[in-house]
Design a protein around this ligand. Structure first.
Ligand SMILES: O=C(O)Cc1cc(O)ccc1O
Ligand SMILES: [Fe+2]
Length: 427
């Protein structure tokens, strides 16, 4: 299937699937073309400063308002915010999330590992999904948070109200808060990670002294061109609202937007386009140089959430301990692995589809094997290759869910990867 995209980050895009669907020179004409209905979709307050303001105008076949009451939805039982009883300072690591038995789609295949805050205060939800069935006459709407989707296995075809995107592993997709979407798998089963962002929407980090270019470049972000389906079938809309799921039926496809314009839009990004920067002298730089997207908080420089990747890169530091150093961090770190091996965990145990959590101020870093190897290494230029790990880093403690602690995937011996370091011998 050929998809078409518009490039650039947070541009004011304009796209029509049928010529003439977009009004000219105004947003809400008395009678939009073809009997379409104009709808403003706002993901910032009307009065947000211009640089923060995000909204799009949608021209659709029927107004979104045409539906009955939402009722509680009983599927997706493992999509549940932490209740605070499982919050722990302990370092945690999980085996890969197994694929479910039978037909399970993206909505029912989501499992919450942890999070902080909530839809009214900001923070993040951290979920994984493992699913075997494509969504068909079903759409998901997350009114609580923007969704950053990181596929680990299985390519995704994401249909949104504004158009369709191909999202294979190695790419990410971001769906604005409140936008309806459907997820289909082009290669059977699929697994991946989700950061549900309750805070300020993701944006590109400032580059400071790096300059005008580098890290994730704006032109590499791709937003779909308008695409719609004219389907008068019964569709279920499942909505996440205030931490719970709700469902209602409509008698047509919600993907009936024939044209749209604006800057609140879904996008995808190929992580291989990330311009990775590192030391060319000595010392391991802070991993903030690997920030792809950031959701700022109201404290300058202290993110609600940073999305950070650890892509293939050259290591050339002289007289340097090259892996991540031992550290205790005010920020809390949740990590996942898309493929390959992570350079701080040569001892194994951090597998693709698995995850780890290092909460604020709890010491972590290279395991015993990685440390020994890095201290003995001949420091020739070396390429870390065939790997892609990532981190959701948050200013607030990441609380675990019951599934995270008791769901059968938690490794009970994670601490042991840091036991047995030889003691320093003083003169
Ligand atoms: O803990 C981790 O593995 C993530 C990480 C990587 C790095 O290069 C420096 C700091 C850091 O937290
Ligand atoms: Fe860390």
């Amino acid at each position: 299937m050929t998809m078409s995209y518009q490039t650039g980050f947070l541009n004011h895009f304009a796209s029509e699937a049928v010529p003439g669907a977009l009004p000219e020179g105004r947003n809400s004409p008395q009678k939009p073309a073809f009997g379409l209905y104009a709808e403003q979709f706002s993901t910032s307050a009307f009065t947000a400063p211009r640089a923060e303001n995000r909204r799009s105008w949608l021209y659709r076949m029927r107004p979104t308002t045409e539906h009955g009451a939402f009722k509680p939805y009983s599927g997706a039982e493992r999509l549940a915010a932490p209740d605070g009883t499982h919050t722990t300072p302990n370092r945690l690591r999980w085996n890969p999330l197994p694929m479910p038995d039978g037909e399970v789609d993206f909505v029912d295949g989501m499992v919450t590992y942890g999070g902080n805050g909530g839809p009214s205060e900001g923070g993040i939800g951290i979920h994984l999904y493992a699913a075997t069935a494509s969504m068909d006459a079903r759409a998901f709407q997350n009114s609580d948070g923007e969704m950053l989707i990181v596929p680990q296995q299985g390519a995704l075809l994401i249909t949104t109200e504004l158009g369709r995107m191909d999202v294979p592993p190695g790419h990410i997709a971001v769906i604005p808060k409140g936008m309806r979407f459907r997820l289909e798998f082009t290669e059977g089963a699929a697994r991946g990670y989700i950061c549900e962002n309750f805070g300020a929407p993701f944006r590109l980090p400032d580059l400071g002294p790096i300059g005008a270019n580098g890290l994730a470049n704006p032109r590499d972000f791709e937003t779909p061109a308008a695409w719609f389906e004219d389907r008068d079938d019964n569709f279920e809309v499942v909505q996440k609202f205030n931490g719970k799921l709700w469902t209602t039926m409509i008698d047509h496809s919600p993907f009936d937007v024939v044209g749209w314009h604006g800057n609140s839009a879904p996008y995808r990004y190929d992580l291989a386009r990330f311009n990775t920067i590192g030391t060319v002298s000595f010392d391991h730089p802070d991993p903030s140089i690997f920030t792809v997207l950031t959701s700022p908080s109201d404290t300058p420089g202290t993110a609600n959430c940073d999305f950070v990747i650890f892509p293939p890169r050259w290591m050339v530091g002289e007289d340097t301990f090259r892996p991540p150093w031992f550290h205790r961090n005010v920020m809390s770190e949740f990590m996942g692995l898309i493929h390959g091996e992570y350079d701080a965990k040569e001892g194994g145990g951090f597998a693709p589809g698995g995850a780890s959590l290092h909460n604020q101020f709890n010491g972590h870093g290279p395991d015993v094997d990685s440390t020994a190897k890095a201290m003995a290494a001949d420091l020739k230029p070396h390429k870390i290759d065939n790997t892609l790990a990532f981190m959701f880093e948050s200013r607030a403690i990441i609380q675990s869910t019951d599934f995270a602690m008791n769901g059968g995937l938690l490794q009970d011996d994670y601490d042991a990867c840091w036991s047995g370091f030889p003691k320093a011998r003083l003169p």
